[in-house]
Design a binder for this molecule. Structure first.
Ligand SMILES: [Zn+2]
Length: 141
């Protein structure tokens, strides 16, 4: 079963355009997340800067703002705009088809090598703790 898909742009100009578009998207989403966080704070904190008791209407507002913020955060993490592990925006990315995540080639390779090292330990009967083999095996070839 195929476990990964790699998107490679070789043309330098196109690569720059892609990276710039990703930066714009990440900045825009992060600004929106920051704005939502500020809105939540403005509802939750009184004039003295202390957290206050919220009525049902305010709780509903805060809940909706948090939902939107969490949704944006999740969508950004799922997107090709950033490496899930290191947050890198630039460069080609590899998609984990099993877990539906984007990783930069450096993180992919490091994760794959770590999996291979840990699997070798397990195969030789050494303890590997609660290492998530089901997840990390998807980085192996
Ligand atoms: Zn990375």
């Amino acid at each position: 079963m195929k476990k990964k898909k790699t998107i490679i742009i070789k043309n330098e100009r196109l690569s720059q355009i892609r990276n710039n578009l990703r930066r714009i998207i990440v900045i825009a989403v992060n600004n929106r997340i920051k704005g939502l966080t500020n809105q939540i704070q403005s509802v939750r904190v009184n004039d003295l800067g202390n957290y206050r008791e919220l009525n049902d209407s305010e709780k509903g507002i805060v809940h909706e703002l948090r939902e939107e913020r969490n949704n944006l955060d999740r969508k950004l993490k799922e997107s090709i705009c950033k490496c899930l592990q290191c947050g890198r925006v630039e460069g080609n990315m590899i998609y984990n088809l099993v877990f539906k995540e984007w990783h930069c080639p450096d993180c992919w390779t490091a994760t794959k090598l770590e999996y291979e090292r840990t699997k070798a330990l397990a195969d030789s009967g050494k303890p590997t703790g609660d290492y998530a083999f089901d997840y990390y095996s998807t980085f192996a070839d």
